[in-house]
Design a protein around this ligand. Sequence first.
Ligand code: DGY
Length: 323
Amino acid sequence: MAMPRVLVTRRWPEDVERVLAARFDTTLNENDRPLTEAEFVSVMKGYDAVLPTVSDRLPSGLFDQPGLRTKVLGNFGVGFNHIDVAAAKSAGIVVTNTPGVLTDCTADLALTLMLMAARRAGEGERQLRSGEWKGWCPTHMLGSQLSGKVLGIIGMGRIGKATARRAHFGFGMKIVFFNRSDVDDDETRAMKAQQMKSIDKVMAASDFVSLHCPGGAGNRHLVDARRLALMKPGAYVINTARGDVVDTPALVEALTSRSIAGAGLDVYEGEPAIPAGLADIENVVLLPHLGSATSETRTAMGMKVVENITAFFDGLDPPDRIA
Ligand code: DGY
């Protein structure tokens, strides 16, 4: 029987590309150039599996095309708001993602952003590199500490919990959180994390608010001007989830007017473009979507995709099927 034809939309860690090439009739993206919409239509007509990722766009129109050959989309990434999953499902296409393997890595980055924002690490580095540092003095670039502060988590799933665990056991932070469904497990109890009834209550109670909910329609601009106005004047917003969860012009306004103390962002609405005004503000730390960017994690993400499509072509239910 002929090997399934598999198309990988971007470069992946070499170890994973090797496994894919050995197991399937695989076409890799040697130049790492993102596919255009027209190219997506053509690969969906020519390949049994397409392996897209977070930087691709797969809107509903793609799945209305006649003559699609693709039967499975093995997404490299846990977030899938870049794929119209309902449209894929209606077209009879199975969609999988990569949960679990990027939890620790992303939680580490949330803590990195909290520390960088609170300790003004980006500002300090910019000052030093530009030769502006005048030397140590008791009032130089004072930030705030994490210890003993309140961390509010929006979305107490795997990554939210891993972030809370680090903050509570590592920095002695008190944890409050909002989650649509009730969360009552040993881990949450061990942290004495308090579930609050609304996002507004978490915004008002927290010194740091860290976002861990999915992006997309239901959560678009969940953190808007009204909710930012509920925050304490010394508070910080941390976003390692998706850019569209935050109304960025409202955040720029809150940061510029110092109605909140700062922010740490890893994701942006419309990335890789950075929303207007952000890059001019000192009290925001800006990283280029590095949440899962370690060799170990990216390899594990790729191997999860291999597991999923292998199961699919073996006639089994893929372990991380989302549609
Ligand atoms: C994901 O997997 O959705 C992440 O955003 C990639 O870091």
